[in-house]
Write a protein that binds this ligand. Structure first.
Ligand SMILES: N[C@@H](CCC(=O)N[C@@H](CS)C(=O)NCC(=O)O)C(=O)O
Length: 219
């Protein structure tokens, strides 16, 4: 089976796919494009115009959560709980975690008013997660699962923003979430799922958006 991941270096959704493909030790080739200015061949094969898109021989799979399920199906490690309701519950939180990226985008691009609204929206969602997250290492206990990797790109970006801005988005009030973030970000498969110096690219991206967050950056 030939696997080609069509990706964008800054894309958190593509990062999810990289983590899972790597963890399952699947051979895959990465092709980077800029989805804001996509090549014609990509427009022809992508129904949504979005990355990630996984080409599997001559078929395509799109939407990061669906790519995740496919990779889980063909991989050797089952990254979901076995119990049906626990599995469904994990999938629900994976869908919920996808909404965090919209708030992050608004935080990066918005003026002060939009920034404050986005921060409120984000923290409202984080408090919902804090309510269900136990003190366990990962979402389901001692062992990592798909949900831990679905939220990993969010934790990575949040920690970068906090590092760049002297904790403008500190989550200290959410203790279970904060320690979950630490555990997830300590995993090699997560650390190695982005290209080198992506943190610098992310910093420049925040700066060039000229939103309120850019005024909070420390050099
Ligand atoms: N729901 C999609 C979201 C993917 C997404 O938003 N990708 C962005 C890059 S991070 C993109 O391709 N944007 C270009 C566009 O929307 O035209 C998924 O989970 O895969």
């Amino acid at each position: 089976m030939k696997l080609e991941l069509i990706s964008f270096k800054l894309c958190p959704f593509a990062q999810r796919a990289v983590i899972l493909l790597t963890l399952q030790k699947l051979d895959f080739k990465t092709i980077y494009i800029n989805p804001m200015n996509p090549p014609d061949w990509f427009k022809e094969i992508s129904p949504t115009g979005q990355v990630p898109l996984l080409k599997v021989d001559n078929k395509i799979v799109f939407e990061s959560s669906v790519i995740g399920e496919f990779v889980n199906d063909i991989g050797t490690i089952d990254l979901h709980p076995h119990d049906a309701i626990d599995k469904a519950n994990n999938r629900s939180w994976i869908a919920f975690s996808s909404m965090l990226f919209g708030d992050l985008f608004n935080l990066i691009t918005g003026d002060e008013e939009k920034f404050n609204i986005a921060k409120q929206d984000l923290f409202a969602k984080l408090s919902k997660i804090e309510q269900v997250k136990t003190k366990d290492k990962f979402f389901n206990g001692e062992n990592f699962a798909m949900i831990d990797f679905a939220i990993a790109p969010f934790f990575m970006r949040l920690s970068w923003i906090n590092e760049f801005s002297n904790n403008a988005l500190s989550i200290r009030q959410f203790q279970n979430l904060e320690s979950w973030s630490r555990e997830v970000l300590a995993l090699d498969v997560v650390k190695n799922s982005v290209v080198e110096d992506l943190n610098d690219v992310y910093y420049s991206n925040i700066k060039s958006r000229e939103g309120h967050l850019s005024t909070l950056l420390i050099e």
